[in-house]
Ligand binder design. Sequence first.
Ligand SMILES: [Zn+2]
Length: 487
Amino acid sequence: MKNLFILLAGILLSYTTFSQEETKEKIQKTFHSISSHDLLDYAAELSSQKYKGRLSGSPEYLKSAEWVAGKFEEWGVKPANKGSYFQYFDNAYTEVYSIGKVIWHGKDGSGINKELIFPEEFYPGSNSASGEITGEMVYAGFGITAPELDWDDYAGVDVSGKIAVMETGLPYTKNDPTLAKWTPYAYHRYKFKNAKEHGAAGLLYVSKIANPNTSYIDGFIYAHIDVPVAELMFSVAGKNYSEHKKSLTAEFKPSSFEMGQSVTISAETKNFPGSKACNVVGMIEGSDPVLKDEVILLGGHLDGQGYLGELYPSALDNASGVVDIMAAAKALAESEVRPKRSVLFVLFGGEECGLFGSEYYVNHPLFPVEKAVCMVNLDMVGNGAGFMVTNGMTYPDLYNYFSEANENWLHRSMRTSELRKNYGRPRSDESHFENAGYKTFSLYTSGSIKPVYYHQPYDDIEALTPEIMEDAAKLLYLTVLGIANNE
Ligand SMILES: [Zn+2]
């Protein structure tokens, strides 16, 4: 009898070992099916002219969303929103037809007409009104009027009918609970509205990037200028730009002034206030009858900076994250080892406009938040040699799946961090999930191999390193499968 027991135990054991070996082989097979060539092909598609930089709200953005949904369908990733791959929300957008012009006239009466050079010296405004304005320039600091915080950048200056020259951000930069009081003033939309309320006819924003996260205001024309241009303008006014800007925060006191110069800004645009954008939502239903109610979310924004008289392919930001998720979705859908828990893929719209898509999802979740195991966000995961996974020190049990996958299969450098509460303006899609109570991770690539062209027209597929995209997709496949099948 004892011998029989040993024999049976032996058979069972060898069966377990055999099936473990078999499972590993199946995983290995799917793992090796993830190829950098496919990832680069998807990124090239999304970054191509036909989607015009995927500006959220535009018809071309919706076309890119349809392309991704088509791929999901082809791979057996199911629609996650009552039979639909799309989750629509309101998203006004502005079409920018040309680069436009910024002509600086120097000191009043100087006769200077210096046309700023694109893209070295200026970028057009993503939500500028159409037309041309010429006006006197007024430096308006951070453009903030906050009596309760004893701050007014408009005190002592008159911007009525003039052009404000303005900084992004806040004079208060410490990430502590006090920052929350300043947060409403950090939004570009607030600054534009406040400038308009003070009578400004237009704006030169000292931050040379394409940025749809602003607002369209009738008749309000603006452009972005680079720091050296501001330095030149300040020097003509007899001031030092960087010292002046530094003094605003160092002395914590507004210091606006009439610059004694004028400028002409022209833009060719059209606003579409009633338009809609969408999140693309696909899912793989878990194979376990009970565990399938729990879900792992993978998110990343599909939208880009658009086409501002010139294509902004938005390849690294964030076609890269999207294609990593797509390749992981394909692998999980085709994997012979089925995930027991469900997996939801959410490709957000409206991120560049102000995190519209992630905010909409969190307010209209497709799975109850308490059934979500975690949410992993990918933004700019396509240029580098290693990985950064935020919040791993706060959620070590879940982070283990990332680090074990990396140690056993990928051997890249991988770092993590503790969850650090952000008291200021939310800056990426996972913030909305974090605030809603999800355990979030943000996956980045670290150690850039190529230059990073953040919100510039050069952010094309040449700026990507396909090998790390392949490894990011492999990492996601292994990590999600690990979390999904944990008893
Ligand atoms: Zn991004």
